[in-house]
Design a protein around this ligand. Structure first.
Ligand SMILES: Nc1ncnc2c1ncn2[C@@H]1O[C@H](COP(=O)(O)OP(=O)(O)O)[C@@H](O)[C@H]1O
Ligand SMILES: [Mg+2]
Length: 250
């Protein structure tokens, strides 16, 4: 469902993503994990057609993104790291707008949307989006994306700004949609999230994919430690002593 070949993005001299090769199958929940500045957002922007790669190829649902851009954009769902929505619309107007621009079965989408609002406690659709908190916008964004039941779903740091309960609901929703056949690609810098939500994890550091696999496979591939945190820190080259020094120096 998602495939890249030698995907690379350079910003002037800076290589943000370096020769990335990914292959993600239908129904998978794939976690793209890495420290700040690793290249996660740049990757997701290329995969969703927002940013053009410097070189390399991307195919989504078996189709080349350059040749089938609109078709792919119609079929996928994207929850960006900053939900950019129209501040002067009320929540319900935004939902109606999304239903208009995407070719959705309104009745079905409405039913799904209401269900998601129910579990997510979205009861603020009469208010203006400009008055929402980050978490409120994030939940509305997730609901309007999921109601379309996209075949491939991209989420950039989806739990940032969500309270514990909402994060848990999101996890359950993603599980449900993956079980129904959606493919999910999510980024996170929070190890616990990747560990709990994702079946397969890719670790990116300074633009390079440095490890990939299930938690067990990552353990076997040289990451030291029981928990993903230890594995992650050992693979990304940070060590406890160094961190202690940094924190003590603050
Ligand atoms: N538009 C841009 N122009 C220049 N550099 C950028 C731009 N976007 C991202 N970068 C750089 O690319 C690297 C990867 O950024 P990003 O993909 O946002 O990381 P992440 O999402 O993993 O935190 C960083 O060094 C960042 O400063
Ligand atoms: Mg990012």
């Amino acid at each position: 469902m998602i495939r890249t070949r030698n995907l690379t993005k350079k910003f002037a001299e800076k290589i943000a993503v370096n020769n990335l090769n990914l292959q993600i199958d239908a129904g998978e929940i794939y976690g793209f994990l890495g420290p700040n500045g690793a290249g996660k957002t740049t990757t997701i922007k290329m995969l969703t057609g927002i940013l053009y790669p410097t070189s390399g190829e991307i195919s989504i649902m078996g189709k080349n993104i350059r040749k089938h851009e609109l078709e792919i954009k119609r079929a996928i769902g994207v929850v960006p790291d900053e939900p950019r929505m129209y501040h002067d619309l009320r929540g319900k107007e935004f939902v109606s707008f999304i239903m208009d621009i995407y070719d959705v079965d309104r009745e079905e989408a409405k039913k799904r949307f209401d269900e998601i609002c129910d579990v997510f406690d979205i009861d603020y659709l009469d208010e203006f989006i400009g008055e929402y908190s980050h978490g409120m916008s994030q939940k509305l964004m997730v609901a309007t994306v999921l109601m379309r039941k996209p075949k491939v779903l991209f989420l950039d740091e989806p739990t940032v700004g969500l309270d514990a309960r909402s994060a848990r609901v999101l996890k359950m929703l993603l599980r449900k949609y993956a079980d129904e056949g959606s493919t999910i690609f999510m980024t996170t810098h929070i190890l616990e999230i990747a560990e709990k939500m994702c079946e397969r994890i890719g670790i990116i550091n300074e633009g390079d994919l440095i490890a990939e696999g299930t938690l067990d496979e990552l353990r076997a591939s040289g990451g030291k430690g029981e928990h993903l945190e230890d594995i992650f820190l050992s693979l990304t080259g940070a060590n406890d002593e160094e961190m202690k020094e940094i924190v003590e120096g603050l």
